[in-house]
Design a protein around this ligand. Structure first.
Ligand SMILES: Cc1ncc(COP(=O)(O)O)c(C=O)c1O
Length: 462
């Protein structure tokens, strides 16, 4: 998430804010926060401290976050897409508490009823065709697992069937395979020579030269070019894609993904969706890829699956998941996390959170489109659905975005009592909990608009 601007660490007086949902009553960042941060940076990698705004979370509840110095923010980050059910949902907390009180917090290698319940509920919540769930801990592990499963399956057909096709500017996590499959060259420079069997197609951005082509035509054109470069169709084991790209909340066109599905079926390749960020109601559906009307062979899940404790899952068919005799991991189905996962599924269903996100998304879109029109051409695109949205701020050239301005606006929002996601690539990104009160949601968007107006009016201070 490294942004263009260094995070400001000198405490400055900011205007006092006191509303129903926000409270900013101290300098920002708080002087004590800066002191702790400096201490922290002596013992942690700098990326853990200086890449983020120094808001010290003391309590996170519903859609708000408070520090211990009396400040309170509306949270448009959901702790980066984790708290879909809202922070500290009572059902989730009591499920975790029951595990702790019952002295049952770890049981790896021995089966548990909780694991039986959770895997069954995950399969039931998934679209038709999904038969089994393998529990893990992080999102990165699930995309690594998808790569492994696609290759294991491919190589049963022929030894060379191990190629994975991914997309530029995608994100799949930070472990070796995940980062190789991700599409930002800078992020994987450390790897050195990358796996020659992982390939990237261009993400179909509307502003690119081929923007006027249909989604299906773009996929066919780019896939043909990949094959012309020497990749054999029969060697493709699978495709991995996020339903929308994280930085921009921009979805693939449905006909593009349908063309990928057709191609995969014709050539015996798997279609894997990375739903680590987009799953569990975020886009107005339980899983975001359902909007494309295609079947998934593998769904990678994490983040919103468990409302704040480390749990992830790979969902797939019995045929695919049973093929690997080595699938297990120390914290796979950890009882504390599994209990939180089950409670999360209950809350999503009982509070109808995907439906709620879909309904609120219609209103958010209207509101953000009005904001875009007000600030055009600087605000150039609004993308998203449900409760994930991004406003793209145009840079100097087509396809470039104003990283510094986005970082300044995000910082101004923090100073006004709104936590926004710092993408570091020129977008203003919103992802509030799906439980957010409607007045807080629109108050937050008002704050965003005010911050953007102020930053555009004031020249950059640094
Ligand atoms: C789409 C996507 N895939 C994978 C990951 C990696 O998940 P984790 O950080 O839990 O390893 C993320 C995390 O942001 C993500 O957004």
């Amino acid at each position: 998430m490294a942004g263009g601007l260094p995070v400001r660490l000198d405490p400055a007086a900011v205007a006092r804010v006191e509303t129903k949902w926000r409270r900013i009553v101290t300098p920002q960042p708080h002087p004590e926060a800066v002191a702790i941060l400096k201490e922290l940076s002596r013992y942690e990698p700098v990326s853990m401290t200086f890449d983020q705004y120094p808001v010290f979370w003391d309590k996170a509840e519903g859609h708000t976050v408070s520090d211990r110095w009396g400040n309170r923010w509306i949270d448009f980050t959901s702790g980066i897409f984790v708290a879909n059910t809202g922070h500290s949902h009572p059902r989730v907390l009591s499920a975790i508490r029951a595990q702790v009180d019952g002295k049952m917090v770890h049981s790896y290698y021995f089966p548990s009823e909780l694991r039986a319940k959770l895997t069954r509920r995950l399969v039931e919540a998934a679209p038709p065709g999904i038969e089994k769930a393998f529990l893990l801990t992080t999102g990165s592990e699930t995309t690594e697992c998808a790569l492994k499963l696609a290759r294991m399956r491919g190589r049963k057909t022929s030894p060379g069937k191990l190629k994975m096709v991914c997309w530029t500017n995608s994100f799949h996590g930070k472990t070796l395979g995940a980062q190789t499959m991700a599409g930002r060259a800078g992020a994987k420079a450390w790897i050195g020579p990358t796996d020659p069997n992982i390939h990237h197609l261009l993400f179909p951005y509307p502003w690119d030269a081929d923007g006027a082509l249909s989604g299906a035509a773009r996929f066919e054109k780019d896939m043909t070019a990949l094959l012309a470069s020497g990749v054999k169709a029969e060697d493709v084991a699978g495709f991995l894609l996020e339903p929308y790209q994280g930085w921009s909340a921009l979805f693939y066109p449905a006909d593009y993904v349908q063309a990928v599905r057709r191609w995969a079926d014709e050539h015996g390749a798997l279609l894997c969706f990375d739903e680590v960020q987009s799953g569990f109601g975020r886009t107005g559906r339980m899983f975001a890829h359902e909007r494309f009307g295609v079947r998934a062979d593998i769904i990678c899940c994490g983040k919103g699956i468990s409302s704040g404790v480390p749990l992830s899952a790979v969902l797939s068919t019995a045929d695919i998941l049973d093929a690997d005799p080595s699938l297990n991991s120390t914290h796979s189905g950890n009882p504390l996390c599994a209990a939180a996962g089950l409670a999360t599924l209950d809350v999503l269903a009982e509070e109808r959170l995907p439906e709620r996100a879909a309904a609120l998304g219609v209103k958010v879109k209207e509101r953000l489109e009005a904001l875009r029109r007000r600030f055009a051409p600087k605000a150039s695109y609004v993308f998203g659905d449900g409760l994930v949205w991004a406003v793209l701020l145009t840079g100097d050239k087509p396809g470039e975005f104003d990283v510094d301005l986005a970082d300044r606006v995000t910082e101004a929002c923090v100073n006004k009592g709104l936590l926004l996601i710092r993408t570091g690539v020129g977008s203003l990104k919103l992802g509030p909990p799906l439980t957010i009160a409607e007045d807080a949601l629109f108050e937050g968007i008002d704050v965003l608009e005010e911050a953007l107006a102020q930053c555009l009016a004031a020249p950059a201070a640094r």
